[in-house]
Design a protein around this ligand. Sequence first.
Ligand code: GDG
Length: 510
Amino acid sequence: MGRLVIVSNRVAVPKRGDAPAAGGLAVALKDAFSNRGGLWFGWSGTALADPPDVVKHARRGGVDYAVIDLPQEAYDGFYAGYANSALWPMFHFRLGLLSYDRDQAECYRRVNRRYAKKLLTLLRPDDTIWVHDYQLIPLGAELRALGSRHRIGYFHHIPFPPWAVFSAMPGGEDLIRDLLAYDLVGVQTHRDLTGLMDCMSQGTGMKMRAGGEVRFRGRRTRFRAFPIAIATDEFAELSAHSITQPDARRFEASLVGRSLIIGAERLDYTKGLPERLRAFGALLERFPEHRGRVTYLQVAARSREDVETYKDLKREIEHLAGRINGDYSDADWTPVRYVGRAVQRDTLAGYYRMAQVGLVTPLRDGMNLVAKEYVAAQDPENPGVLVLSRFAGAAEGMPEALLVNPLDAVGVAEAMNAALTMPLDERRERHAAMFRRLQAHSVTGWAKSFLDALERPDTTETTHSRAAALSVFQPRVLARSASTSSDSSSEDSFVSQVADLSTARAKRLL
Ligand code: GDG
């Protein structure tokens, strides 16, 4: 078997002697790499006015890393420009934020060509290549143009909108056609697969055959949903350990018995942070019994600070948090605690476990791993409740969460109230169903199912794609309830009905 070659935009080479990375792709690929050896290729994270034209190599934990620096102007046009100011908003349905510049679009192609040229010098004929995410959509086509006959797969981590949205992007047809250079294209959910199929047929005129494949110029490209997962048991252990540590103890003591609601993400407009703060304000306004009794901790790790929209967002969030605190604080109670930087992963795991409510309300999200981590982190005997946006990919596989429309502040406030007052039995039942499903679909299994489908196309029908296919669209039912129920006393009984529905469905799934 040939090597596995991973290509991702940003490659964080672990420092010598560091513990292996605790999250993300590194964990997902650990088994795949250890079975066959591998190479991880991408951008070093360094942009210089005139970088040396060399590939830097390092070997860590059995994996070879090969990274290149980017010229500053390429970084500006490709990364801050086209990828994050045009593709990112478009893929997240935010056409009003899409800022297109033809020079930047050309720069995106040039950088992909540069990656392809460098990568080709490192490849062996029997390597399998797995490309990750929207920064690198044309990479497969650029490799083919240079003569590559490798097996190449692409996984798209973020949402895939239908053509009505995608077509706003100048040159959108070319991006869709680029996908046909791959042997396998993976997306997170069935909703994304539907969007992609729509783009394929309306944007290029090509129809997907039964079984999700397109034939073009003698190549067969297959399209499948592979919902990404987490290392559930490891995360559960991490949170159980972390809660006993001094950091967590100190934080818990500072709550003086109040309930905790937690939100944690990169500071990004797709994550719905202003909307969430407004919903928390609505909770305090409409359910005064929670005033003085609940603390909302929002961790918002800085992200993409060189993009203007992100600076505006930061100001808006700080303003909203300040206003809620101004309106409701007492001398001994601050309702919103806002931490504007990343916290350590283990500390975060402990905070999740302490929180009675996990508030995960993106406006759009490919999957959202925080939702899964929050559930994994709970004490099964006394678990917290997940309030989850129906627009997160995670909602397709987590019908036992309280699913909400994040744009409906009152609906989200009602769901928070339902979560804060939910009886223990119901919390346990909901948590157990989600936890079992998380355990059954590990992140290692996710990587394996993608690679099996890529390398053994005619013999595999993956567990992940089967699970995704079984997923019915329960989210709509739940979202309707959370937003139409104005009588908070009826919320519990509604929630119980949903729990029954969900349990029946979960049994079918398992
Ligand atoms: C993209 C897609 C898709 C958050 N705050 C801190 C921190 N985090 C960690 C979380 C989680 C990760 O960052 C975020 O993952 P998400 O999935 O939520 O979101 P994106 O970064 O936007 O990822 C997304 C994902 O790719 C995978 O396919 O699910 O839809 O947008 O692990 O725990 N970690 C630490 N400190 C923090 O303050 N250490």
